[in-house]
Write a protein that binds this ligand. Structure first.
Ligand code: ATP
Ligand code: MG
Length: 203
């Protein structure tokens, strides 16, 4: 019998990807003994209001960013799917692609877990994967713990909180900094910084 593979799925807009994402994925990999983490840039995100950078460019930045980590991969699953993307469909597609000998872990920020009840087919989402909820510095843990108890009561599923070492970086802040001509050095990988400059993103 083959060993069950533990695979982390790190979804995000990654507009742009930054060290907050990377350090979170690496923390999840080591704390939860994941065999690999698959970064999955979103296609056409339904809930983002600002003009999102074309998927192909967000995909390329993600590829550049994960290049030096042998345990990280990038999937085109969501960006190649036309129309709106739902996590439930993504998870189903990953099972089809990876086979049934895998256990999927969905890595996300605690903020995402807080509004998980608004997601499409939340019961199926929770049955397909184990949630790892990363908290940023200063995060109000009682709110998250409340939600975790609620999800356990409603669906009988565990969500695992994970404290991530002090990185208060966001893509929103990076976009603003580029727009205002401020430095983004040390907030994201140099290769991604160069890509942003060369392609005139966020100006
Ligand atoms: P934006 O500012 O545009 O919302 P973001 O920095 O939050 O972007 P996303 O692509 O929206 O990045 O996030 C992808 C996933 O990574 C989400 O689950 C989000 O909660 C999580 N995340 C984002 N930034 C961090 C960070 N600094 N530390 C831990 N997790 C993060
Ligand atoms: Mg966000």
């Amino acid at each position: 019998m083959s060993k069950i593979k533990r695979v982390g799925i790190m979804g995000g807009t990654f507009d742009p990807i930054h060290y907050g994402h990377l350090v979170t994925a690496e923390a999840a990999r080591t704390e939860f003994q994941l065999d690999k983490v698959i970064f999955t840039p979103t296609g056409n995100p339904p809930h983002k209001r600002y003009p999102v950078t074309p998927a192909e460019q967000r995909y390329l930045m993600t590829v550049l960013a994960i290049n030096d980590n042998p345990y990280f991969e990038v999937s085109r699953m969501e960006i190649d799917r036309p129309g709106l993307t739902y996590t439930v469909d993504t998870l189903e597609s990953f099972y089809k692609e990876l086979g049934n000998d895998v256990r999927l872990f969905f890595i996300s920020g605690a903020d995402a877990v807080l509004d998980i009840l608004t997601w499409k087919d939340v019961d199926r989402v929770l049955s397909y994967c184990t949630f790892i909820a990363a908290t940023r510095p200063g995060y109000p843990m009682d709110k998250l713990n409340q939600k975790i108890s609620q999800l356990k009561e409603l669906y009988g599923r565990e969500v695992y909180p994970m404290k991530v070492t002090g990185l208060d970086i966001s893509s929103t802040d990076i976009r603003r900094r580029v727009k205002e001509g401020l430095s983004i050095k040390y907030l994201l990988p140099p290769s991604v910084e160069v890509f942003i400059q060369k392609n005139n993103l966020y100006r």
